[in-house]
Design a protein around this ligand. Structure first.
Ligand code: ATP
Ligand code: MG
Length: 413
């Protein structure tokens, strides 16, 4: 990830930090490496991630470790092992790399990065709605359009058991039309078949029974509550009854922000409620909800939609002719940084001809060159040369330099 790319990451990260502060989310950092068993238990055996995508290996003592494929399991593990869940509620966020052995393509990588958000101890649906409002605000802050919100309810595990049986029956009747992955999932977890990315399975999946028809009363009310909060806030959504998500730990609310601007890697942010996971991993029963956003995909979207990102180019490039100028130039640059802390100043280190230094100044993207040679030094002045406008070069005394720069950079910095 080279600097030209990194400035987009900077924009996304700083915007997200501002947003999380606005909503009372605190940063948590968890390990990249965890026991493989944690992910198997949390994410579920019959998921793409656990079946074929984990980078897992045995350590020297024969303990199986894995590079984390997602952040929720590690955060829940950390909350349990630090005793954070006894009559407490937490709103967490984290940023970082995740690892999945997928076929690399645009928007899909084996090391990718997520912004991950979790609210532990909240049973909703107000927190469900607030989380979605937060993501909607993030798109507005970044200038992202062309994203669409899909929501669904998976109901309770009990309700899902009834649905699972209906699905099992339906797909068994069409077993010859199933692909190899789906056949394996038929007995393991037929819900996963709905999450298939194989286009040849689309028609069969289209005819499958709907989870909505099996929803329990509590989940139905919860879902209505979420829809009402979103309606009141004016957040548009589509109820997609086939949205099941790729991880087993979800219950009730699931949601996904999708875009039509990135080809087949269309999910930019997805999440849902996981009321059973904390207890399943050995903690006290704790309702929870979370989501993760694919940073690469959001950045591709920002670039495709011509959003803006901060420049890392210097504004001022200091050209120094001769050893005496080099010494004074370093000091002058320090003074500028003291007095104009936001100014980006690059000093041409190491000498070289004036001509080559100007070439570097031009290439750096700087708006102004400051030129200091023996003549200027003798008079305690410096030349200010605009590099990107037709404005005239001017000579200013050292003491007037800050004022002169402020004047030059007004409106363009
Ligand atoms: P997909 O359906 O695209 O495989 P997923 O359902 O596996 O996504 P999640 O596990 O919910 O994705 O992860 C949350 C977000 O992380 C996704 O919405 C997506 O933006 C991003 N993401 C997931 N896998 C990758 C990957 N291999 N490379 C880049 N981004 C990814
Ligand atoms: Mg996936």
């Amino acid at each position: 990830m080279l600097p030209e790319e990194a400035r987009w990451w900077h924009r996304l990260e700083t915007t997200a930090r501002t947003l999380f502060a606005q909503y009372g989310y605190r940063e948590i950092r968890v390990p990249v490496l965890e026991r493989t068993q944690l992910f198997k238990r949390a994410i579920g055996e019959y998921t793409d991630i656990v079946e074929k995508e984990m980078f897992a290996f045995d350590d020297r003592d024969g303990l199986s470790l894995a590079l984390r494929p997602e952040a929720t399991a590690g955060i829940v593990r950390a909350a349990i092992s630090n005793g954070l869940l006894h009559n407490q509620r937490h709103r967490f966020f984290t940023f970082g790399p995740m690892f999945r052995g997928e076929r690399p393509q645009k928007g899909r990588y084996r090391q990718f990065h997520q912004i991950d958000v979790e609210a532990l101890g909240y049973d909703g649906p107000d927190v469900d709605a607030e989380m979605i409002l937060l993501t909607a605000r993030l798109w507005r802050m970044l200038g992202i359009e062309r994203v669409r919100l899909e929501i669904n309810s998976l109901g309770t595990p009990e309700a899902r058991a009834g649905y699972r049986a209906a699905l099992h029956q339906y797909f068994s009747e069409h077993e010859s039309a199933l692909d190899a992955d789906s056949k394996r999932r038929l007995s393991g977890n037929p819900l996963r078949i709905l999450d298939s990315k194989n286009p040849e399975m689309a028609t069969l999946i289209g005819g499958a029974p709907l989870l909505t028809d099996y929803l329990d009363e509590g989940s139905r009310i919860h879902f209505q509550g979420l829809c009402a909060r979103l309606d009141e806030a004016g957040v548009a959504y589509v109820v997609n009854p086939r949205l099941v998500r790729g991880l087993d730990y979800y219950s009730r609310t699931v949601f996904e922000w999708v875009t039509d601007a990135l080809g087949s890697q269309n999910a930019v942010c997805s999440g849902g409620r996981y009321d059973g996971l904390v207890a399943q991993l050995g903690g006290p029963p704790t309702p929870a909800i979370g989501w993760a956003l694919g940073m690469e995909r959001v950045i591709l979207l920002m670039q495709a939609l011509a959003c803006d990102a901060p420049s890392q180019d210097p504004q001022v490039y200091v050209v120094l002719a001769g050893p005496a100028a080099m010494a004074t130039g370093l000091q002058l640059a320090e003074r500028l940084r003291n007095e104009m802390p936001d100014l980006r100043v690059e000093v041409d280190l190491g000498g070289g001809s004036i001509k080559s230094q100007f070439k570097k100044a031009d290439k750096s993207g700087a708006l102004l060159a400051l030129v200091l040679g023996d003549d200027e030094l003798a008079k305690q002045v410096i030349s200010v040369k605009p590099l990107r406008s037709g404005l005239e070069q001017e000579t200013v005394s050292f003491v007037d330099l800050v004022a002169a720069l402020k004047k030059h950079l007004v409106g363009i910095a």
